[in-house]
Every structure is written in C-alpha cells, then in structure tokens.
Design a protein around this ligand. Structure first.
Ligand SMILES: [Zn+2]
Length: 408
C-alpha cells in the first residue's frame, strides 16, 4: 500500500522533517502548497538553528525560519575563533551569537540594542604591555543579522566614526577561509582629519601615554590602519583538555621582548607527543601564523640545580643528546632561573617543577629572513596556567600565560 506524504497528519510530517537537512526541506517545500506551509513551521527551523548554535529566538525578534535561511545557513560557519591573516602582525578574532546582557544602565541598553540578535565579530588585542594579566582589548569589527525593514540579510562594518555601514563576506578565498570587506570606506574618515585620527589611536594604544610608544608600535599601528577595510581570517581550533597533557592546549600570552605582548595557540599533534606554539599575533621577525616553539614531549629532562645554572653547557646540548622517552610521569626537580637572565615574570617564582622538556624556538631576521630553530627548554606549571621558555642563547626567559577572559 502506498501512503502519500501529504496524507499523513501534519505533526508526523513535521517529525519527519526534523530529521532532514535544510536542503531537502527546501526541495520538499517546492513540491506543493500544503508541504510548503508545513515546511515553514518554525519548530522545524528551530532544530536546524540549534544544530549550529544556541539561539534564543526572542533576542532576534523574528522567526527561526528567518534566522536560519537568512543568517545561519550561509554565515553560521563564521562562528568561532579566527586568526587574522595580516602579515606580519596577525590578530585574534571571535565570532559569536550576541546575546542581551542584563543591565539597568541606560547607555548599556542602547549599546546592546545594536548588536542584539546578530552574529558579532570581535577582534581582541593583547593587554597593554605594562600588564600581561590585564584584560584583552576587544573591538567590534562586523556583525551579521537581518534588516527588519527589508527582511533580508544585513552585514555591517562596525569600524569608523559614524553609523554602522555595509560590509560583505566571502568564503574560501585564495588566502583565507573567510574574508570580510568594508563596502563604504568613506564612513571611516575621522571627522577631524587623519592626523587627529593617528594621535587618537596612539593615545589609545599607549593607554593615554602611560606606556612609551616604540617604532615597533608605530609600524603595527600603520599596518592596522592600512588593513582596516579587509579582514582575511583562518580558523583556529582549540583542542579539548586531556589529563595526559603536561600543558593543556589553548591560547596564551607572552611578553616577546621589544615586540611587546603577543598571542599564541598551543596545540598537540595526533599522537599527543609533539606540541606547537603558533603565533596568533606576530612581529616583523617571526610573523603571525608561524610556529614559535616546537616542544617534543618525548624529550623530558631532569636537571640538578647546578646543571641548570651552567648555561654554557646547556647551550651545547642538542636534541639527540636527550634520550627518547614515552614516560609521561612527572619528574620532580629543582627549578632555577640562571642569574643574569632577563624575564618579564610576576610574583610567581617557583623553586621546583614537575616537568621540563627540550624544545626548539624560532628565530629570524627582519621580514622573516633566514628563519632558524635554536635549543630552548620548556617548563610547564599547569596548575598556575603558565609555562616558561628558557632561551639560553639570549639569556632570556619568557612566561606564557593562559588566556582566560575569552569564552571558547
Ligand atoms: Zn567600514
């Protein structure tokens, strides 16, 4: 016996539709007016929306059908973390569903109304150079939502000094997974001219001149200004925590000498035996996107205090001098920073550690000329969300601190 789909009760058809991909629901809705009407039932689209992200329909002031067909179907893949492809400086971006924050402050309500019910892209700059534990500095870049009056997708550039204005998004260009472009650069002109704009930006970058402005800062600012109209983005995946890791994967901040504070992604290979610390923001020597440190977990070390103080001998140590080991058990040992090492560390000055690894750190000339790898040691203190990297060649030690103020 043949049963026509249209002979089934609507509730049953809806139940069937809930298990179909959006493409098939679209095809089905074009077959007859009865199915078209059933296919438009919002509960069907609610499920499709929620397969992509958590959506509270009341925040959007429209239907799940509209949210899915006009925003999430095409632009849902913008959600997540991204590295900005802007050589050499890079950047960190996050796109998430903007939700209403509860606040009684009137200005806050006005501010929220603009973003409410949209996908919002925010660029996060590292904290001010004087305080690595300070907050990341967010800047809204673009948003994707529905224009209520025209009932169609709306991509807005949030840069500039006037109103939000049109932007566009392309996927999988030659250089990036996603590319955002401003479509109305005239909205970016500072009302008082470009020299006032530059001095305002310098003021902002230097926390109202409490931080010295360096040539490096100037170059970075010029690069940011030049690249305002276009954001090329490559996806970043932050791996899930696993007890087997001596350092949990994630995003980190480190003070990279003259270059200021930079951002990094620490990730493991498939075998969980090799770790890369990749630059999310970079500098003219080692740009964003390059790997700054390779940590080989098969090369655990256990050194006495005297061995740690003998920098000249440590300088001669090569990877092949360290025996391979798959043992992941802690190797408790003293920890000392050799006298004369420069560091940017805070009050955390441990005298023992559980792990120490032989690793290789990237160095290069200006414009990533003659890149090379040199021997470094990595000492994790996972309970404190930090690992140290000792660069014996430069008599220098950096602390890499986990970024905790972004919800990943
Ligand atoms: Zn713009």
């Amino acid at each position: 016996m043949t049963v026509l789909l249209t002979n089934l009760p609507p509730e049953l058809i809806i139940r069937i539709l809930e298990d179909l991909p959006s493409r098939d629901i679209g095809r089905l809705s074009r077959t007859c007016s009865q199915l078209r009407s059933i296919c438009r039932t919002d509960i069907v689209w609610q499920k499709l929306c929620q397969q992509i992200c958590d959506i509270a329909v009341e925040e959007w002031n429209t239907t799940y059908y509209n949210i899915f067909t006009k925003v999430l179907h095409r632009y849902g893949r913008c959600l997540g973390l991204w590295r900005r492809n802007m050589r050499p400086y890079g950047g960190l971006m996050q796109v998430k569903v903007c939700i209403r924050l509860k606040s009684s402050c009137l200005c806050m309500i006005l501010y929220i109304q603009v973003d409410n019910g949209r996908l919002l892209a925010t660029e996060y700059k590292p904290p001010y150079v004087s305080d690595i534990h300070g907050p990341l500095r967010p800047k809204k870049v673009f948003s994707i939502g529905i224009n209520k009056f025209k009932n169609r997708t709306e991509i807005l550039c949030l840069h500039g000094y006037g109103e939000a204005h049109p932007g566009s998004i392309e996927f999988e260009t030659e250089e990036s997974d996603v590319e955002f472009k401003c479509c109305q650069m005239s909205s970016h002109a500072h009302p008082k001219g470009s020299s006032v704009e530059l001095s305002t930006m310098i003021k902002k970058e230097t926390n109202n001149h409490t931080i010295p402005f360096t040539i490096d800062d100037q170059k970075r600012l010029e690069c940011y200004m030049k690249n305002v109209p276009k954001y090329r983005l490559t996806r970043i995946e932050v791996q899930r925590p696993d007890p087997v890791y001596p350092i949990q994967p994630g995003l980190f901040l480190a003070h990279y000498r003259a270059h200021g504070i930079e951002m990094f992604l620490l990730k493991y290979d498939m075998n969980k035996k090799e770790t890369e610390v990749i630059k999310i923001t970079g500098d003219p020597n080692v740009p964003a996107g390059e790997t700054s440190i390779y940590i080989n977990l098969r090369k655990p070390m256990q050194l006495t205090k005297d061995q740690q103080l003998d920098v000249n001998s440590l300088l001669l140590l090569e990877e092949e001098d360290i025996p391979d080991s798959d043992d992941v058990q802690p190797r408790n040992q003293p920890f000392v920073i050799p006298p004369g090492f420069s560091t940017f560390l805070d009050d955390f000055t441990p005298s023992t550690c559980e792990y120490r690894y032989f690793a290789r750190g990237r160095i290069a000339g200006d414009d990533y000329r003659d890149p090379n790898l040199i021997s470094v040691h990595v000492v994790p203190f996972e309970a404190h969300g930090v690992f140290f990297v000792l660069w014996f060649k430069f008599w220098d030690m950096d602390g890499f601190y986990k970024i905790t103020d972004i919800n990943i």
